[in-house]
Design a protein around this ligand. Structure first.
Ligand SMILES: NC(=O)c1ccc[n+]([C@@H]2O[C@H](COP(=O)([O-])OP(=O)(O)OC[C@H]3O[C@@H](n4cnc5c(N)ncnc54)[C@H](OP(=O)(O)O)[C@@H]3O)[C@@H](O)[C@H]2O)c1
Length: 336
């Protein structure tokens, strides 16, 4: 089968197309023919060598959807022909994360899904929501589950709350859609006025252009009659976390999700103490979160926002496109 591998180096040239034998499923494994895979910022950071230090060669990419083409003798949960989504953290089935259940992850340290076939343990697979296309279903495991976990498992977002999401990438647009589904009001920040218009069309109450208003926390206060947001989903990290704290209401929550600016965070603690803000780090979620997300999207008929689709042969271009930051939502590759 055709597979991509990350070999030595930290640029797009470290991603090479090669051949490996089609894997043989163990007694409780499913053999999947991958149909679509979706890129996350994590994939870019791993390629650049700025995230994790995983042994190479490594098959990259964590998110995807595939068709079951063979099953091991003891498989009970799925059958040949089913369309399934592999859970990104295969050992984290339900409940909270533990040292043991959160170590193994697809796309590093485990081999990922940028290949034609992969074997997945049946307990680490979820039925793809029927209303979603392959391209849409492939986007759920990291970006969708992280937004779900941030808002509903770790957070307590509900009707009438105000939620702030930063930028218009995968996690943030899922957070926008899910918060709207829960009856919350969503404010979006972005470096692009054109993307803000699209976010408002998607249901955001207002957009804040961070280029024109770098002190965007003040705008959030103005848009909430001085109260502040109930929940801020922070994907930027760095010194901007201080603004997320400033944008939160007294007793509000800032979920620490990403490090697009920097993984080194610096802020004035007295501001957090004065506002009694809860800082909550979130690392994706469990298989149960992925199942709950799929059910919620199905009930409301909501579809993930896919910006652009590339073919399997165009993997280098897809990575370069993600790196450009031009995307509004998810970047997906389809397999033949
Ligand atoms: N903790 C977890 O479990 C978890 C899970 C998923 C992702 N993450 C992290 O969350 C972050 C976002 O991931 P993603 O996959 O959603 O990213 P993505 O799809 O690549 O989207 C990034 C978006 O954020 C904005 N952006 C990019 N660089 C920025 C910067 N320096 N400052 C402000 N805004 C910036 C851009 O939107 P605009 O052009 O609209 O400004 C861009 O489109 C990453 O750091 C990722 O590693 C963490």
């Amino acid at each position: 089968m055709k597979t991509y591998e990350l070999i030595r180096g930290s640029g797009v040239e470290s991603l090479v197309l090669t051949e490996r034998p089609v894997p043989v499923p163990g007694p409780r494994e499913l053999l999947l023919k991958l149909r679509a895979v979706s890129l996350n910022y994590r994939d870019l950071a791993i390629l650049r060598g700025t995230y994790g230090d995983y042994p190479r060669p490594l098959v990259p990419v964590s998110d995807g959807v595939g068709e079951v083409v063979a099953v091991g003798a003891e498989v009970r949960r799925f059958k040949v022909g089913d369309r399934v989504i592999p859970a990104y953290v295969p050992d984290w089935v339900r409940g909270g994360p533990t040292e043991e259940n959160s170590r193994r992850r697809l796309g590093g340290p485990l081999d990922g899904l940028l290949r034609e076939y992969a074997c997945i343990h049946e307990e680490a697979a979820v039925a793809a929501p029927a209303h979603l296309s392959d391209v849409e279903a492939a986007t759920l495991p990291i970006a969708g589950v992280t937004a779900w976990h941030a808002l509903f498992t770790a957070g307590r977002v509900g009707p009438g709350d105000t939620v702030v999401v930063q930028g218009t990438g995968g996690v943030s647009l899922f957070a926008l859609q899910l918060a709207r589904m829960a009856g919350a009001r969503v404010l979006v920040t972005s470096r692009s006025p054109a993307k803000l218009e699209r976010a408002v069309a998607l249901g955001a109450a207002a957009g804040i252009h961070t280029g024109a208003e770098p002190e965007w926390d003040a705008r959030v206060l103005a848009l909430t009659e001085g109260r502040g947001a109930d929940h801020v989903v922070d994907v930027v990290g760095g010194e901007g976390v201080g603004r997320s704290i400033g944008a939160a209401r007294v007793g509000g929550t800032v979920t620490l999700v990403g490090f697009l600016d920097s993984a080194t965070v610096r802020f004035d603690l007295t501001r957090a103490l004065r506002r009694v803000v809860r800082l909550q780090a979130v690392s994706v979620g469990s298989r149960e979160d992925l199942e709950a997300l799929g059910r919620a999207l199905a009930v409301r008929g909501v579809r993930p926002v896919v910006d652009r689709t590339f073919s399997f042969a165009e993997a280098h271009a897809a990575y370069a496109y993600l790196a450009s930051g031009a995307q509004f939502g998810k970047v997906v590759l389809t397999l033949p």
